[in-house]
Design a protein. Sequence first.
Length: 173
Amino acid sequence: MLSTIKEYSIYFPAFLIFSLFFSYQTNAKVSDGELTRMIMDMTNEKHPECNVMFKRSAARKTGDRVVCSDRINVSMDAELNRIYKDVMERYSVFPKQKRRIRKAQRDWIKYRDEECVFEDFDSSQIVKTDCTAEATALSIWYLKRLKSIQFDEKGIPQIKKVLKEYSREVNPI
């Protein structure tokens, strides 16, 4: 019995760190590295042929960049729509919070368009695909945080906090 306790006691610090990390995840602010990692993971999962986009030493062709950027953005947009639908369904028990999520998402769309779409003099548009992917990853990140919050006495206050942070991120004024 004592040897079993000693064997498992080495895992306790790792378990403690792991549990603390996930319990404070709702208080974490997103970093550019996390967004890039999210884009890379989705690319690896959905479009492994496009991993060349993230390799510094690889000789990228312009055609690869155009095709892969579009593929990545389409996949990320599909993921965003899926998770947004899940979050809205989950928050149907909180109509006020659901409205705030919808407003934050609409603010995010304005933010994405202002940051990533440029209108030329003749009203034609130029879209920065890298910017769009990163903006989409930002929205996915916040929506995943909202989806992961438990509806209990510790989680309910976190909803407002996350929504406030998300709103500040996409509408800094």
